[in-house]
Design a protein around this ligand. Sequence first.
Ligand code: AQP
Length: 329
Amino acid sequence: KKVILSGVQPSGKLTLGNYIGAINNWVSLQEEYDCYYFIADLHAITVPQEAKNLRKNSIEAIAQYIASGLDPDKNTIFMQSHVSAHAELAWVLNSITYMGELNRMTQFKDKSKKNEANLNSALFTYPTLMAADILLYQADFVPVGEDQKQHLELARNLAQRFNKRYSETFKVPKPYIAKVGARVMSLQEPTKKMSKSDENENAYIGMVEEPDSILRKVKRAVTDSVGIVKYSDEQPGIKNLIDIYSKLSGKTTEEIEVMYEGKGYGEFKNDVAEVIIESLRPVREKYNDLLNNKDYLEKIYAQGADKAERAARKTLRKVYKKVGFIPRK
Ligand code: AQP
């Protein structure tokens, strides 16, 4: 089976964006591929996190993976920090990554603007850690959003560079383009993506948010004064709501336009909220059950880490040998 790898940072509560753009697609891959899905806690600390929140978000994220339909027997589900090879390979890859390459990363440029007070070097080398995540498992495909394409390109370059400098070691990963999956935009600034670390809670919808809160946020979503439910770049707020409706219901954007011809935004928004609430309901219910069963969750991520560790060690051992580290007997 071909290998797929992906993860989400526990830097907040997982959002509808993470669900539509990532996790919901992963579920459809679990039969056909050998999938590794992790909680990217090492990545999360590239921006300041409260330890207590990081712990809570990490456990909740595991529960949300499973509640979304990822089967722990079919997928390897684990915490990134439990497999130390991620940090170890990242260090080696740092030694073949140029400062100039990292300087060109647009996510670094964006995030460093937002975190000027804490411009740490981990934020800068985030892409090499991501390359390590991928290359450790010899992943064939990485499902990535638009925003992560540049990082994947770096991972490919590093794999090729290492293979050339030493000898064939890493598989060169390819992006996996999902059939469905679009960028979900902020409900408050619909030209920006929906982000779990947005300081405005009204900008995002959590994957396991309560129905009344979902309804309230959708009703408050920023729209425009045009007054027509139309899928147009000039109406980014409405366009985003149509996209969400479409991704969750399977209806095309044209069908949705026709359904709301001559109808107001109020009615449209109520229906969008309803579609979101009903799509997430089974996830939230399963999630609530899982959170009451911490022992089970612990077992899942312990077993996941064991399995991931075996695969990761194999690659790391080769790498250490090739760069000239003396094997520990
Ligand atoms: N708004 C979105 N629409 C579609 N896909 C999204 N993803 C994230 N936001 C959206 C996809 O989810 C996966 C995991 O992302 P991540 O949590 O590792 O990091 P991120 O992309 O930086 O997500 P956030 O929510 O914006 O986190 P913060 O606020 O901490 O930076 C990726 O596949 C991503 O494409």
